[in-house]
Design a protein around this ligand. Structure first.
Ligand SMILES: [Zn+2]
Length: 188
């Protein structure tokens, strides 16, 4: 089934680990682009003997990751031209769009290979990448777990930042000279 949200668990985890070096937008766009092929086949516009063809291979993943760059830039320019500032993707460097998109497409091919039997021929030479290895519901559970880890890391980072701010405030208050403290007291 194209455009399943489960793939986004891997992106959420990557974003939580390296928030300044990973573009979730590029990851998401690459995951949508790679599933255009199964959608087109499902609609009967291409041979539907298999749904997951050339795009769901590792060379295909590289091509789709490269195509993500113009797609993200086009989206940005269109949103800017229409003055839809809220829909503009965050401005990120080209290398970041490409690496994040590559994480998106490669993880997509790996996860889909565990879900779809029609990818068996493409991934046969890579050990561990066949549908028979893992039941589909376990793949979905794994993706949900990845999203849960992402949430935990995000919350831990938030707590760490909050604790650091409190510690800094306490240190600042302690290092302030007594006269300054008295000055603050007088204003209260
Ligand atoms: Zn797919």
């Amino acid at each position: 089934m194209p455009f399943t949200p489960y793939h986004f668990g891997a992106g959420a985890l990557a974003k939580s680990i390296a928030p300044r070096h990973f573009s979730f937008t590029a990851f998401a766009v690459s995951n949508v682009l790679i599933d255009v092929e199964p959608l087109v086949r499902m609609l009967g516009l291409l041979d539907d003997t298999i749904l997951h063809g050339p795009t769901h291979t590792f060379p295909g993943a590289v091509v789709i990751a490269a195509l993500t760059l113009p797609a993200v830039r086009l989206w940005d320019r269109t949103a800017a031209a229409l003055r839809l500032t809220g829909l503009r993707p965050p401005a990120v460097a080209t290398w970041m769009v490409l690496t994040s998109a590559l994480v998106g497409t490669v993880s997509h091919v790996i996860l889909d290979s565990w879900m779809h039997a029609d990818m068996a021929e493409h991934v046969a030479r890579y050990p561990g990448l066949t549908k028979a290895d893992i039941p589909p519901h376990q793949v979905e559970l794994l993706c949900v777990e990845l999203a849960q880890y992402a949430l935990l890391i995000y919350l831990a980072r938030l707590a760490w930042r909050g604790a650091a701010r409190v510690i800094t405030a306490i240190r600042d208050a302690r290092s302030r000279p007594p006269s300054a403290k008295a000055g603050v007291d007088r204003t209260n």
